[in-house]
Design a protein around this ligand. Sequence first.
Ligand SMILES: O=C(O)c1cc(=O)[nH]c(=O)n1[C@@H]1O[C@H](COP(=O)(O)O)[C@@H](O)[C@H]1O
Length: 272
Amino acid sequence: MNKADLIAQIKQKSSFLCVGLDTDLEKIPAHLLELEDPIFEFNKAIIDATAEFAVAYKPNIAFYEALGPKGWASLKKTLDYIPKEIFTIADAKRGDIGNTSKLYAKAFFEQMDFDSITVAPYMGRDSVEPFLEFEDKWVILLALTSNVGSQDFQLLTDKNETPLFKNVLRTSQNWGNEDNLMYVVGATRGEKIGEVRKEVPDHFFLVPGVGAQGGSLEEVAEYGMTKDCGLLVNSSRGIIYASNGKDFAEKAQKAARSLQKEMAALIEKYMG
Ligand SMILES: O=C(O)c1cc(=O)[nH]c(=O)n1[C@@H]1O[C@H](COP(=O)(O)O)[C@@H](O)[C@H]1O
């Protein structure tokens, strides 16, 4: 998917919501476990219930890989079920020497036809570039993550007092451009999101961390929104596990609708 189509969808739905499909057999409603493919059945019901409010879906690959070949089959069925106009993110956090990254790219862009993949920047330019060679496909590079451990390296400063995450942004923005490169910025990072925005004024951000991790949507918009929105805000557990009863899809819909309503107001406030 290209940037213009993504922006058009955001405007049409008044939403920048990404629903995270972190589907866990231990957390889905018990009645689904009797079905042949409980993971797919759960995802299908969540997609049916939330597609009108979501502009992106992000299956976290770990939840599927953990189940072996069956998990990969559920993932493929899920991806094929997502409506074509909705942006898809393989949250796989890959990155290796170029020769290997090329094969990761084929796995997620050719075998699976995802629109984008999350990539770790640690191994540098040649580990990221193979993912950027596919037309209308995107790299979403980790910049400033939402977890506590992001302090261990990402916030460490060099001799010029520049934190590592800024060096990642400064160096990597020339590897791609605003049409094929986004950045992961955690919603839990408050005004630091504004510092990231200063470094990369026009790139889209994938912002996980609202909902279960407690990040503020209002702050994300205040510090991160651009004239084109520039944000995809993810919530996984806060939506998909809003209930673990028979009403799980209905409650997920309610949670997605409520986030979308807040997003519509923020779009009006900052883009309108
Ligand atoms: O790349 C990610 O999506 C990601 C980066 C980050 O900094 N923090 C983060 O939580 N994530 C992912 O975003 C999702 C957050 O899930 P919830 O906390 O349940 O909304 C998980 O799939 C995480 O792996």
